[in-house]
Design a protein around this ligand. Structure first.
Ligand SMILES: Nc1ncnc2c1ncn2[C@@H]1O[C@H](COP(=O)(O)OP(=O)(O)O)[C@@H](O)[C@H]1O
Ligand SMILES: [Mg+2]
Length: 410
């Protein structure tokens, strides 16, 4: 099978070159490279020509068949280049005003947004998790375009990511919306992400909520009229819907809250029919999710706590960032493949990477959110942010992990 290499090229906002010219520049750059790095952006300062440096911010390559870090540019590789520019806008579309307080009910981003730049590549999961998600969505969009009859083949465009808190579900939804916008740039001129804040919808002001749901969806329907806009709707932490329903099952009157939940579900069913919409949902609970909601989601993906391999990637990424910012003196950190090939044996080359691996094993059961705080804790508690060697920093991280484990129990 031919390798398919996806190349996402972020063009500078000020650059006036055509897409065709940018693609030509990128092709020339690739011809000069022996091999290219996958899943890590190639940044402007590393480009070989001034023309590319002037017009392009970064190039990000990924390959479905290849899980490795490098790929040789073989003749049989099909290269697909996507050129995009980042949007710098950020607007909230709906707020609730009540008793002098202002509460945000929905946020709205134009995609690809600079706010989500780099989000995708800094989320680490088991190999294949992210790719699977992209494939799901791309397939759903193609089915939608060809109008495959959903009564014959069951498919829809509601995705549910569920799993423990802090495992990156919300981030993954946002990063996915950004990625799909980039990948489908030939079909849609832009993406828009609307995040509905279910907490504020279902917390205090149920009486206001019904109106609010209507307002939000009326605005969404206007956006959907433009077939060139790809609309993502993110409903985060949908377990708050289930709570809202449960809260009113005790009373006999259908309360405001159940009306709001039902209004929301009906509206979602309504807009699902549009070819240019995708609904992303998350839940921190794995069992007690609103049944009506689960039925509507047809891609359900469990996002687990990271295993030691994913933890190793998160930690390596953190440590490399501290090398970039001159806290740790530069030193090579090997990837897991290298350690496996060595059978985890220690030599002068592998010593520090092995220590990092041991720290990763020690950090099992921590969420991505907690893991990303460990380097900061190491600095703050044990190193006072002094410049140090990798070995010294790993010792500080060891203490920080210990500290985190003890303190999370209290
Ligand atoms: N697997 C992971 N890889 C990298 N970062 C992660 C991972 N899981 C969580 N994080 C980080 O933890 C923080 C919280 O993530 P979030 O998306 O809010 O999680 P959730 O929605 O599952 O509670 C974010 O900064 C995110 O980047
Ligand atoms: Mg979340």
């Amino acid at each position: 099978m031919l390798n398919l290499l996806h190349v996402e090229v972020c063009q500078n906002v000020g650059s006036l070159l055509t897409e065709f010219d940018i693609k030509k520049l990128v092709q020339t750059e690739f011809d000069s490279l022996e091999e290219i790095i996958l899943n890590k952006p190639l940044l402007s300062e590393n480009f070989s020509t001034d023309a590319l440096k002037t017009h392009v911010q970064s190039i990000y390559c990924s390959c479905e068949q290849e899980q490795g870090i490098h790929v040789k540019l073989l003749k049989e590789t099909i290269i697909k280049i996507y050129v995009y520019r980042l949007n710098q806008e950020d607007i909230a579309i709906e707020t609730i005003h009540k008793d002098g307080e202002e509460i945000s009910a929905a946020a709205h981003w134009m995609l690809p947004s600079d706010k989500f730049f780099g989000l995708w590549e800094n989320l680490f999961y088991d190999p294949g998790v992210k790719e699977k998600l992209v494939n799901f969505v791309e397939t759903a969009m193609v089915y939608s375009e060809r109008q495959v009859n959903p009564h014959i083949i069951s498919w829809n465009k509601v995705i549910l990511l569920h799993g423990p808190p802090g495992t990156g579900k919300t981030s993954l939804c946002k990063a996915l919306a950004q990625k799909i916008t980039i990948r489908l740039g030939h079909k849609f001129t832009r993406g828009e992400l609307i995040e509905i804040n279910s907490h504020s919808l279902f917390s205090k002001w149920f009486s206001e909520s019904g109106k609010l749901v209507m307002n939000i969806f009326n605005e969404i329907k206007i956006l959907l009229q433009d077939p060139k806009a790809l609309i993502f709707i993110l409903i985060d932490e949908i377990e708050s819907l289930a709570h809202a329903r449960k809260a009113c099952t005790t009373g006999s009157e259908p309360s405001d809250s159940i009306r709001v939940v039902n209004a929301l579900l009906t509206q979602l069913d309504n807009i699902k029919q549009f070819p240019n919409v995708l609904i992303l949902t998350t839940s921190n609970l794995t069992e007690v999710i609103d049944v009506a909601f689960v039925d509507r989601a047809d891609i359900k993906l469990y996002i687990s706590l990271p295993n030691e391999q994913a933890i190793y990637s998160i930690y390596s990424n953190c440590v490399e960032e501290l090398m970039r910012t001159n806290f740790i003196r530069p030193e090579k950190i090997h990837d897991m493949e290298y350690l496996k090939r060595l059978n985890y044996e220690e030599n002068s080359e592998s010593k520090n990477s092995l220590t990092l691996y041991q720290l990763s094993c020690k950090s099992i059961n921590m969420s991505g959110r907690t893991l990303k705080k460990i380097p900061f804790l190491a600095h703050a508690l044990y190193n006072q942010a002094r410049e140090c060697s990798l070995h010294e920093f790993l010792m500080a991280m060891n203490f920080a992990i210990q500290w985190q484990t003890e303190n999370s129990l209290k």
